[in-house]
Design a binder for this molecule. Sequence first.
Ligand code: ADP
Length: 248
Amino acid sequence: MRESNLRAQESSPIIQVQNLEKTYRTARGALTLFQGLELTINPGEFVAIVGQSGAGKSTLLHILGALDAPTAGTVHCASTNVATLNAREAAAFRNREIGYVWQFHYLLPEFTAIENVAMPLMARGTGRRQALDVASNWLKEVDLEDRSEHRPGELSGGEQQRVALARALIGSPRLLLADEPTGDLDESTAGRVFDLLERLHVTHGLTSIVVTHNLDLAARCTRTLRLEGGRLHAMDTTSKAGPHPGKA
Ligand code: ADP
């Protein structure tokens, strides 16, 4: 059995957030997004996070991915207490453990698809030739081997997002954090990108968290949580009946 499949069978939580608080200090005063937010995610879960615009979904993903720091509380993510990392440690943690995909692909426009995919490996010191070899396999995995020399501007929106997924996963992270990964795509392209996300989640033994406003896509996840009032609430997407009491 592949190591990646074994990973998903580990039993202790891969994410454990306790009593999370996040307050932004702004010119107009304090803006408290989370207060007492709790979250436990086990390896192999595919969790959707939904909620109104401004509820704090992106901020929560940023905190889980060590891109932003909590004001209070503990955030254990992939065996690391991310709240205590300094900037250098946070960058190394992200490179090793986190695959991040945003609504906009953020590929570097002056580099080809294959160079963009290889970037995280080169950032951790892998030689260019070896990194490009691995990137080539990843482009095959996202069905884009015939676009490897294209620059981002020469790719469709769906193709750009598939390249972004390959770049997110080339470093073999345990966690995939995706912030509205299909939000900028038409419905059928969004469905295909989500199919790919599901396939990669399974074949690479990932734990995935996807922020989406699309309840049909959320219903395809193993669990959906609604962020509301600074906390996460379990949600039944099969009936679309809205939040029901439950522990996140
Ligand atoms: P969502 O992803 O649910 O739409 P966000 O996490 O992007 O919400 O933002 C939540 C709220 O926090 C918004 O009202 C936003 O304006 C505010 N916010 C986000 N980042 C900052 C920041 N760095 N400083 C101050 N306020 C912020």
